[in-house]
Design a protein around this ligand. Sequence first.
Ligand code: GLV
Ligand code: MG
Length: 324
Amino acid sequence: MSSLPVSRPLRSRRSNLAVPGSSPKMLDKAKGLAADQVFLDLEDAVAPLAKPDARKNIVAALNEGGWEGKVRAVRVNDWTTQWTYADVVEVVEGAGANLDAIMLPKVQTAEQVVALALLLSQIERATGLEEGRIGIEAQIENALGLTNVNAIAAASPRVETIIFGPADFMASINMKSLVVGEQPDGYDVGDAYHHILMSILMAARAHEKQAIDGPYLQIRDVDGFRRVAGRSAALGFDGKWVLHPGQLDAANEVFSPRQEDYDHAENILDAYEFHTSEAGGKRGAVMLGDEMIDEASRKMALVISSKGRAAGMTRQDRWQRPDS
Ligand code: GLV
Ligand code: MG
C-alpha cells in the first residue's frame, strides 16, 4: 500500500536556476547563489557522452551539502530516451535523502508521470527513504503534453509544478522563430504564448500545483528577461527559470509581491479575521479603510500573503485592531 502524503510543502520557487550536471565548478558555484530552487541538469545541457559522469557529479554535489534554503531538484532525461531509468536510479539511490524533486522533461501523458512515481516509490522503499517525499516537476514542451496537461497535473500527488519549456515547445509546433520568449515575427495580433501559458496555469491551479515559466535565452538582456517574466508573473505564475546568475535578482523581484501589496494582504487577513469573530461582531462584509472586504477579498489576500511568506518577506505596515 502506498502512503504518499496528499499535501505537499509550500515552497518558494520564484527563481529556478539551471545548473549543468557536467560541470563540477558550476555545481559548486550554484550553492552560493540566491536562487529559490536549483535544478541540476542531466538533460539538454549535458552532452550524451557526458551523462554518466554528470550523474556522479550530481550525487556528489547533493551529498556534499551547502544547499540550505534552496529547493534541490534534478532534471532527468525524458522517457523517450534510453537514459531516464538509470538517471533516476543512480541519483535517488545515491542522494535521495538530499533531494527534493525530480524534474521530468517533455512530459506527454499522465502515464509518464505515473511511471516516474512508481519508480520513485520502489527506490524509496528499497533504500529506506520516506515514501512519497520526493516531488515531481512536469515540463510541458510539446503539443501532446499541452493537450494532456490537466491529466498530467492530476497524475500523482507527487506533482509539485507544471513548467513551460518554450524552446522545445516552439520546435514542437513549428513556430517560425528561434528567439525564445519573444513574439514570432509576423504575428502582430496578440501574445503567441497566451494560450499555452494560460492552459498550464489553469491545470496548475485546478490541481493546486505551482506554475513555472521557462527560460529566456538572451542572458545578457536583463531588461528583456524582466519584461517577459513580468507577463507570466502578472498572469499568476509562481516563478521562472534562470539560466545565468545575472537574471536571478530580476526573477526574485518580479515574482515577489510588492511590499505594499504584501502589507495590504496581511492587513486584510487580520481585519477580516477580527471582524468575522465574536469579538469583532461576526460581520461578513466590513470596511478596511476606504475599502469593502469580504470572503473573496480574504481569498485574494491569501494568495499574495502566501507568496510573500514563502519568500521570507516581513510586514512594514500593520493594521491595528480597533479594540487594542
Ligand atoms: C526548456 O527545457 C525549454 O525547452 O525551453
Ligand atoms: Mg526543453
